[in-house]
Structure formats: C-alpha cells, structure tokens
Write a protein that binds this ligand. Structure first.
Ligand code: ATP
Length: 337
C-alpha cells in the first residue's frame, strides 16, 4: 500500500489545560480530497497548523507523505502548500512582487522563478492584477493570491483553512473550480469549511472533528446515513399570516417537529416516512386554520447531518465524546517556537 499523503496518529495539542486536539488519528490517501468539518473551536486550525509544521504537537505523530512534521519540517514544507484562513500582506508590494518574494524564499532563481510566478498567476487568473497592491485586493482576489502563494512550489499536498470564508457566490464557484482542477491533477487536498454543501460536492471523504476528537471519517453519504437517527420526511411549509402560528401548531402535534423558521413559515420534520401521513398532517394544518400556500418536500442535506451529529454527541451516543487519557510520557520534547 502506498504511503498516505497525510497520516496522523494519536495527536494531542494542549494549550495549558485546553485540549484543542485530543487524541486524533486519521489517514488521507494520495490524490484524494478530504473536507475537514467541525464547529467553531473544534480543533481544525490547530490540526492543520501542525500538519503545516507551524506548531508542535504536545504528543503524537503527524506525517506528510511519510515525513514527520517535527523531525523533517523542511521536507514537509517542500511537499505542502499551506493556505491559512488569514494571512498578512505587505504594504506597497504588488501582486507580482508578493509572489516573487515567496518564490525567492522557496529558492527559485532567475528565469525559473519568473516562469513559476507567471504560471501561478495564469492558473489563479491574477495576471490582470499583477501590478495592483497586494494589500488592496478584494476578498476573492486576496484568496486567489493566498492560493497562488500556496501553489508556488507545486506542492503534492494542499492544506486549506476556510478558503471560501467571506467569498461571494461567484468567487466561491471560481475557487471550487480551481480546487477541482488541482484535484484532477492528482494533488491531495485537505480543506476545512463551514459551507458543507460545497464540501459534499467536491470531497471524497469528510473528517468530522468535535472537541478535539474525530467523530466521523467517511464519504458524505455515510455521514448522512450514520446521523439519520430520527428518520421521517422534511418539508418546507409556507403560510399566509402569522408565521409563528406554524411553530405553535407543531408544538401541539408530537409527530411533527419544527426545525427552523423561514420567511413565511418554516422547515418541519414529520416523524413518519409514509407519504399518507404527510398528507394527513397537511390536511390537519389546513383544518386547524393554517393558510398553507406551499408544502414542499426537502431532501436531508449535510447541514442536517452536521446538526444531527452534534445532537448524537450531546446525547453521548458517539465514542469521540469520551477521549482516552493522554499518555503521561511525551514522545519528544519539542523546542519552543
Ligand atoms: P474555527 O472554525 O472557529 O476556526 P477551529 O476548529 O479551527 O475553529 P481551533 O482554532 O483549532 O478551532 O481552536 C481549537 C481551540 O483551541 C479553541 O478553543 C481555541 O480557542 C484554542 N486555541 C487555538 N490556538 C490557541 C493558542 N495559541 N493558545 C490558546 N488556545 C488556543
């Protein structure tokens, strides 16, 4: 079996008593795209920073293509393209100067350096912005620049922390298509995002972290199946008049759960999978005076799976909830950063 692109084994990162990463183990095969999912503060950035050799684990190992991030950081930095969620820009440095600066830092020289910078600008479509100041770009173009910087050394593994955050829909679609091209080239991509629908579309697997523990690793479909404990059918119900009356009506009907408010009504779950029961519920709503103008069946999506997964964790139904104690003997003594 070939060496995984990313291999993490019993990884811990404590900040004082805070267990940011708490015994994490996973592998990502070469050439695959893996989405890293979790609530705010779940431990995604901390894990990714360790993979990028920017932080040390308290204990455990992390490897990129077989290279340990602590003992072989130079090899790791050669193999990995790191795109942080925020990155600093330099004043009075144009886009081309910015990329050229990082290409120099990576050791590119002369003609080869100019060529590499040009290739990256072509790929990210930054050519027309080459002479613009890098700290004055829009959010979408700043992300392109961050991606360009991460791609300079033509990395095998791309680690991207929330690259789509703050992007408008057009910029998100463009970023997604760039990621797709990179995936088709055979790069391994490890990407965190809160935009689950997009991750589901482009990822081979999803890694779900909660409270520093991995609670699920599999494809989007397995995550949907594993979390669908309640079953039933979902509907978007739109009514005329007082929108609150729908949630009040649901409270009186135990087989109907009100999930979220929407502009003129809300999203509900009907406990039964039988379509006759849905028809009966709709009939009762109308009989009880709700002026229903739309009753539209919806599919369960990854957001539902995410919320149901958190529900399972809260109820203690997922093993990730109770972490094993961290071994007391550190495997190495990391130097102070
Ligand atoms: P988000 O989705 O909000 O970006 P995340 O999953 O990336 O969250 P992390 O940034 O990894 O979460 O943070 C995990 C936990 O570790 C949080 O409670 C955070 O406050 C804490 N943390 C992260 N870095 C440090 C640090 N340098 N010192 C102390 N605590 C930290």
């Amino acid at each position: 079996m070939s060496t995984p692109a990313i291999s993490v084994h019993n990884l811990y990162r404590y900040f004082g008593t805070l267990k940011a990463v708490n015994g994490v183990t996973f592998e990502i095969p070469k050439g695959s795209v893996c989405g890293f999912v979790g609530a705010n503060g779940a431990g995604k950035t901390t894990t990714m920073r360790i993979l990028a050799s920017l932080d040390y684990p308290t204990l455990g190992t992390a490897e990129i293509c077989g290279y340990n991030v602590v003992s072989h950081p130079e090899e790791v930095r050669r193999l990995i393209g790191w795109m942080p969620d925020h990155f600093g820009n330099y004043e009075h440095m144009t886009v081309v100067e910015y990329l050229d600066f990082y290409a120099r830092a990576l050791g590119y020289k002369g003609k080869e350096r100019r060529q590499r910078v040009q290739e990256v600008m072509d790929f990210t479509d930054l050519g027309p912005l080459a002479e613009r100041f890098s700290n004055k770009l829009s959010k979408g173009n700043t992300q392109r620049l961050g991606l360009g910087r991460a791609l300079l050394q033509d990395p095998e593994v791309l680690v991207m922390d929330e690259p789509a955050a703050g992007l408008d829909p057009k910029a998100r679609v463009e970023l997604k298509s760039l990621i797709r091209v990179l995936a088709n080239e055979g790069k391994t991509i490890f990407i965190s995002s809160h935009i689950l629908s997009e991750l589901g579309e482009m990822c081979d697997s999803l890694l779900f972290i909660n409270g520093g523990r991995i609670v699920h690793h599999g494809d989007a479909q397995s995550m949907m199946q594993e979390t669908d404990v309640t079953g039933g059918l979902l509907y978007d119900v739109q009514i005329l008049g007082d929108a609150e009356s729908l949630s009040a009506w649901c409270l009186l009907h135990p087989k109907v759960e009100f999930l979220e408010s929407r502009k003129q009504g809300g999203r509900i779950r009907i406990e039964s999978n039988a379509i006759d029961d849905s028809a009966e519920i709709l009939h009762r709503m109308i009989k009880d005076g709700l002026r229903v103008v739309e009753f539209h069946r919806e599919q369960r999506n990854l957001e539902d799976a995410f919320i149901d997964m958190l529900g399972k964790i809260d109820r203690g139904e997922i093993a990730g909830k109770t972490p094993p104690q961290m071994p007391t003997t550190p495997a190495f003594n990391p130097p102070t950063l």
